[in-house]
Design a protein around this ligand. Structure first.
Ligand code: ADP
Length: 470
């Protein structure tokens, strides 16, 4: 559990990256800083050497060596550097007060220093601990042109230099550590913050899986996490609706199955036991027939739906005249429309509109849409069926009614399986909420689209497209 947590993984990843960067940066900075500090120190020593050289020249010219002693004292105090004067033979002839006086008379045993300075070059060298100074030294030499002297050597003890460097390192390490801790803290907080919504969703998903379809997550941001939360809620809403529809469907179907079966059983029993005399039997047999037809319609819808659901829709596409199919469907609906005193107005884009599609399926689509238009229209209403060319090779079919209309909220779901608008549920007993989902499945199987435009109380228009035959 601990190992799998994203927070920990993220945190460890951040830490590894930061540690790597800190070590790399620390290493690089210390090398750069050491080099810089050493060259600065050398530069300062050279500048001081230049001044003392000038003072020595002056002393030679004026015979006043006070100034020279003063310059040496300043260098020693201010830079922490001792001064040695070396003659042409490389022998130390003068040492500043801070230097060990036993060095006087010794040869400065660094050939490259002495030779280079005799050629008039500025030189520098870091000695080891086994030098005549007894401790590692940074020696910078400045050439002299006057008299017996070959050069002036400024010496700074390396351990002293290291002390100042170490102070800097300590400050650097402290800053890096502080940055490291700060980043660790920030990364811990942000990774926690990032995973919180995920954990929320996880909890919600578990609840939904357990049957609580009303569970939603809180949307706290507009970033990818917020979008995920939004999609999650949308999914939960769809699941809730499917679940509601499923329950409603079972309730409806059992009711719809029970009522025709009860009346069929009732009439047949009455006929058999003679309660209904033979001369009246025809009328009741017709009712029995109607009821059994209602049952088969219901069964048909369910079978169609489950086939569509298993995506077993196999299209048998041919070229046929769409106008003809519309006319046939008008004829089928005629008795129903007559009963309600309704009228249908048809307007075709052309005299003959050849389309390429599965004829039976399109006929079923038209039937479902026109049947709904009749079902949800008032007595004496008008239905308009229209075809218009759309784009280069498409035809747009619209079925318009002036009936009850569908609210915007319901429009989102009417194409879902088993969905029936509540207000129509009690009035319309023949439908099982499958008609429009079949329409959508069939139209989508053709690679086309279906849409609805509707306003509550004003009527609805259902639109779908088809490909024209080539
Ligand atoms: P049914 O087979 O029950 O009619 P449908 O899937 O065809 O189911 O329709 C789903 C629901 O959409 C219907 O119950 C009805 O409430 C609404 N509906 C469909 N067509 C129309 C329409 N033309 N006018 C108003 N409501 C409609």
């Amino acid at each position: 559990m601990f190992k799998k947590s994203i927070v920990i993984k993220q945190f460890l990843l951040y830490m590894a990256t930061i540690s790597f960067c800190v070590i790399l940066m620390g290493g690089m900075l210390s090398v750069i800083y050491t080099n810089h500090y050493m060259s600065e120190t050398k530069q300062e020593l050279i500048e001081q050497g230049e001044k003392i050289a000038a003072a020595i020249n002056k002393a030679y010219n004026t015979g006043n060596i006070n100034n020279l002693a003063y310059e040496m004292q300043v260098l020693e105090d201010y830079m922490g550097a001792g001064v040695l004067l070396v003659n042409k033979e490389g022998v130390i002839v003068l040492a500043s007060p801070g230097m060990d006086s036993s060095l006087l008379g010794h040869v400065l045993a660094y050939d490259e220093l002495v030779e280079n300075i005799q050629e008039g070059n500025v030189v520098s060298l870091e000695t080891g601990s086994s030098s005549i100074f007894g401790t590692p030294m940074l020696i910078v030499g400045y050439p002299l042109s006057e008299g017996q002297l070959s050069g002036i050597f400024m010496c700074r003890s390396m351990p002293e230099i290291k002390v100042s460097l170490n102070e800097m390192y300590r400050a650097g390490v402290f800053c890096l550590l502080l940055a490291f801790l700060l980043t660790a803290l920030v990364s811990l907080v942000t990774s926690r913050k990032m995973t919180e919504p995920l954990m929320d969703m996880n909890r919600a998903a578990k609840e939904i899986a357990g049957g609580n379809f009303e569970k939603r997550v809180e949307i706290t941001s507009k970033d990818e996490m917020g979008q995920l939360a939004e999609s999650f809620n949308h999914m939960a809403e769809s699941l809730e609706n499917i679940e509601k529809s499923r329950r409603a469907f079972i309730a409806n179907v059992s009711h719809d199955l029970r009522s025709p079966l009860t009346s069929i059983q009732g009439f047949l029993t009455a006929m058999l036991d003679g309660t209904i005399p033979p001369e009246k039997q025809e009328r009741y047999l017709r009712i029995v027939l109607e009821e059994s037809q209602r049952l088969s319609r219901l069964a048909e819808g369910i079978v169609d739906m489950s086939r569509a659901q298993d995506s077993k829709i196999v299209l048998e596409e041919t070229d046929f005249d769409l106008n003809e199919i519309i006319r046939e469907n008008c004829a089928v609906l005629e008795p129903q429309m007559e009963e309600k005193g309704m009228r249908i107005e048809v307007s075709f884009a052309a005299k003959e509109t050849m389309v390429h599609a599965d004829q039976d399926k399109i006929s079923r689509v038209l039937h479902n849409l026109m049947n709904n238009a009749v079902k949800f229209s008032k007595e004496g209403g008008v239905i308009e069926v229209e075809t218009t060319f759309s784009g280069k090779n498409k035809i747009l079919v619209s079925v318009k009614d002036h009936g009850s209309g569908i609210s915007e909220e319901d429009q989102k779901y009417i194409f879902d399986r088993f969905y029936k608008v509540d207000s129509t549920r009690n009035k319309d007993k023949t439908g099982a909420g499958l008609g429009l989902s079949i329409v959508r499945e069939f139209i989508q199987a053709h690679g086309e689209t279906v849409a609805v435009k509707s306003k509550l109380g004003e009527g609805s228009t259902f639109l779908f497209t088809l490909k024209l035959a080539k």
